[in-house]
Design a protein around this ligand. Structure first.
Ligand SMILES: [Zn+2]
Length: 290
């Protein structure tokens, strides 16, 4: 089942009901928020024999889809999408669906198409078959050919809310309290959140060893926005672990400062300013710790 994205679910439930699916869509939005999964659920829903959109269903079409064996749903998930791959599914796109009303082609990370592949794919889009639905999934829609973009309807997916993210993490078997804290800093991305959950063991030592001098040294080494963000994430997790045993308010305030830095980094704050701010806040906390 899909968590979040309720607006998109409503839109596509109506589209399926009215049998008004179009030939090609682009699903765009941040990495790791469930766009590909949504595309797969959309395909399953549109092919469902009992017309249950986005609901649990045991019909033979849905069962095959869940086992990733429904021949009317093809997913391309390559590191580079080469022309041979495009030719292969383009040929398949002109054959009628095997069982269902439609045949779906979900192309994950569509921005990874080579130039040749993209040009070849454009030809397929120009001669659409009425029963074929292409879904291009991407977090870099600017890298798609403008001629491809102009032939697709773009659906922009928003970030997941932190409570939706926390729910997904607990479904994956992570501990609820930690999932809830990590969800606050993971910018609505499941991928980022899982990465942070897994980071934990390593970073736990970091805060214990933290002194003003080594914080300064570490900060000086950080070269860009992503490195600073990573550093702040790790710091956040290690402080969270300490907070859980000490309930020290200073740590809680510091964690809030770190959240602020992460937010500001997303809104393009100057990286040197972010480092200075971090250093000042770290100084305050560390002088308390002494
Ligand atoms: Zn079904």
């Amino acid at each position: 089942m899909i968590t979040g994205h309720s607006r998109e679910k409503d839109i596509f439930t109506n589209i399926i009901k009215n049998k008004s699916l179009l030939n090609s869509y682009i699903f765009s939005g941040k990495n790791g928020i469930g766009k590909k999964f949504f595309a797969e659920e959309l395909a399953r829903s549109a092919l469902c024999l009992e017309e249950k959109a986005f609901e649990d269903c045991e019909c033979s079409s849905c069962t095959l889809a869940r086992q990733e064996n429904n021949p009317d749903i093809r997913v391309v998930d390559d590191d580079t999408i080469k022309i041979d791959r495009v030719r292969d599914f383009a040929a398949d796109a002109h054959i009628s669906p095997y069982f269902g009303k439609y045949k779906f082609f979900i192309i994950n990370n569509a921005h990874l198409m080579t130039r040749d592949a993209a040009n070849s794919f454009l030809k397929t889009l120009e001669e659409p078959s009425p029963t074929t639905v292409f879904i291009l999934v991407t977090h870099k829609e600017a890298s798609l050919l403008p001629t491809i973009k102009s032939r697709c309807i773009e659906v922009k997916f928003g970030r997941l809310k932190s409570e939706e993210l926390a729910y997904i993490l607990t479904q994956k078997g992570y501990e609820a309290a930690k999932a809830s804290s990590i969800s606050q800093v993971a910018s609505g991305s499941v991928e980022t959140a899982v990465y942070l959950m897994e980071q934990n063991a390593e970073s736990m030592e970091a805060f214990q060893d933290m002194t003003f001098e080594n914080t300064l040294t570490s900060l000086m080494k950080l070269k860009n926005r992503d490195e600073i963000k990573n550093y702040v994430f790790n710091l956040y997790i290690s402080i969270l672990e300490s907070y859980k045993t000490t309930y020290d308010d200073t740590l809680l305030n510091f964690m809030n400062d770190l959240l602020l830095v992460i937010k500001r980094l997303e809104y393009n704050i100057n990286t040197e300013m972010a480092k200075m701010y971090l250093l000042t806040k770290a100084e305050e906390v560390l002088s308390e710790k002494r």
